[in-house]
Design a protein around this ligand. Structure first.
Ligand code: AMP
Ligand code: ZN
Length: 501
């Protein structure tokens, strides 16, 4: 696609609607146009690997994955970076004091490297369990410290910094547009008491580019720099790694909504100061709302962590959690409850049962492929158009789920049409229908309550059908029993049954 050309004009494609996304920069829904040649360059702020990712964190990556799948659906290529913060995230908001990794290493009596390796691995396992497409790059902050120092040096040369005892700071007063993304009232922040005092810091919005070691302190992770031994600031790492891997300007930056107030505001300030070309650094900023866990806060730092493996231990398949998330719009807060997850798991079970009965699904990633797979089934093409409308309207996944459920009940669709619709929904939602089997979900779940009398009756009916040589009925009854989690074995003494588990 030629540079800057509009999505709807893609040659050879039958795109009907343009992808529209809510841009936090300006707080409005806008047409999305990638900057270069149909390749969307996407950066998602990654985890600080000092503990397991909680289910709220995973909402952020499931959202980024939904966005990526929507871009692919539109026929675009995507280059995706998710960073791994293995240094730089201080415990305190003012970025003084210890690094989160160092605290975790001391707590768990391991080295910082071991902590980072262990939780990075766990993060990848979580992503895979949620069927999140792997990023093309997972840069580790510790591998880019030299480049971070060079970046900060350029900011020094350009006069955007000052040095105090605790390190090198970005001078936000030099940036007339500071805080635009967060709609931050800088004057309010200057007087606000929320942020801790840092001796010598000129404004509460100023942030550390380099966190110098205090006299006598010896950090577990330390590098030498023009501002003494120490470690880089957290905001700096995302600017540096994203620019190195995706180019100085790129298309989309994502993160949780908390980043809109501070982390992303600071990333923008330092990056635009560094580039100095008067252009917005990144055009689209997308933020997912938070997952709420009732009154129990799910934050890694508060110690209340609920992980996908906790959910699995309680009998929930990770993809039931994905479906639960997709049932809400990414920009709406979502209240997590086990009852809600349980109902998502029931829905997933139903969907998998229905979709696996359809047989092999066509391979579909894009809207065009889905339309082609629907062939001459006009009703199915119409549903695919509606899926396209929904996902193009700022990623309306609840609507796509509703369309999927409706179309599985729709008797007017041909089998091929239904398969095309299911494959389209699988592509957009990242729920691997066609690969998931009812047994996958049974294994994941607690054994359901069984009505023993009903099971006995079904077993007896099946036996009667066998005696009458009505094999079709016997097989249908066996299938019904399997759905209930019951396995029947025929013995010389007649059938016995056990619960699958
Ligand atoms: P962290 O590892 O703390 O840097 O967070 C990783 C990602 O999870 C960031 O994009 C956060 O904004 C996001 N995040 C943190 N808590 C939640 C939550 N409760 N719901 C949704 N996203 C969250
Ligand atoms: Zn970041």
């Amino acid at each position: 696609m030629p540079r800057g050309r509009h999505l709807t004009l893609q040659t050879g494609s039958i795109q009907r609607v343009t992808l529209r996304l809510f841009n936090s920069l300006g707080r409005r829904v806008e047409d999305f146009t990638p900057a270069t040649d149909g390749v969307v360059r996407l950066y998602s702020c990654g985890p600080t690997v000092y503990s397991y990712a909680h289910i709220g964190n995973l909402r952020a990556y499931t959202f980024a994955d939904t966005l990526r799948r929507a871009l692919l659906w539109k026929g675009l290529r995507v280059e995706h970076v998710i960073n791994i913060t293995d240094v730089g995230h201080a415990v305190a908001e003012a970025e003084l004091g210890e690094d989160k990794l160092e605290v975790a290493a001391a707590r768990e009596r391991r080295s910082v490297e071991e902590i980072a390796a262990m939780y990075t691995e766990a993060f990848f396992t979580d992503l895979a369990s949620l069927n999140i497409l792997p990023a093309h790059h997972y840069p580790r902050a510790t591998q880019y410290v030299e480049q971070m120092i060079a970046f900060a040096e350029r900011l020094v040369e350009r006069g955007f910094t000052y040095e105090i005892e605790s390190g090198l700071y970005f001078d936000t007063s030099k940036d007339p547009t500071y805080g635009q993304l967060g709609l931050i009232d800088v004057s309010g922040q200057l007087e606000g008491a929320r942020v801790e005092e840092v001796p010598g810091r000129q404004a509460k919005t100023d942030f550390a580019l380099w966190r110098a070691e205090a006299p006598g302190q010896l950090r577990a992770m330390r590098w030498n720099s023009p501002w003494g031994w120490g470690a880089p600031g957290w905001h700096l790492e995302c600017s540096v790694m994203s620019m190195l891997l995706l180019g100085e300007h790129f298309d989309i930056h994502t993160g949780g909504v908390d980043h809109r107030q501070l982390h992303h505001v600071n990333e923008i300030a330092q990056s635009e100061a560094y580039l100095g070309d008067g252009q917005p650094w990144v055009k689209f900023w997308l933020h997912n709302e938070f997952l709420q866990l009732g009154s129990a806060k799910i934050s890694k730092s508060s110690g209340h962590i609920l992980t996908v493996s906790d959910l699995a231990k309680q009998g929930f398949h990770p993809l039931a959690y994905r479906l639960f998330l997709l049932g809400g719009h990414y920009r709406a807060q979502l209240e997590f409850t086990l009852a809600g997850l349980d109902s998502a798991q029931s829905t997933l079970r139903r969907l998998v049962r229905r979709t696996s009965a359809l047989g092999e699904l066509p391979l579909v990633t894009t809207a065009d492929e889905a339309r082609a797979a629907a062939g001459d089934d006009a009703a199915a093409v119409a549903v695919i158009d509606q899926i396209d409308d929904a996902i193009s309207a700022d990623l309306n996944t609840p609507r796509v789920l509703a369309l999927l459920q409706d179309s599985l009940r729709d008797q007017t669709l041909s089998e091929a049409g239904q398969r095309a619709v299911v494959a389209a929904c699988a592509a957009v939602l990242g729920l691997p229908f066609g690969q998931l089997t009812p047994a996958d979900l049974e294994q994941a779940s607690d054994l359901p309550e069984v009505d023993e009398a009903a099971v006995e009756q079904l077993v007896a009916d099946r036996e009667a059908a066998r005696v009458a040589r009505d094999w079709a009925r016997a097989d249908a009854l066996r299938a019904e029993l399997t759905e209930l989690g019951i396995q029947v074995t025929d013995t010389a003494d007649g059938p016995t049954w056990t619960r699958l588990g």
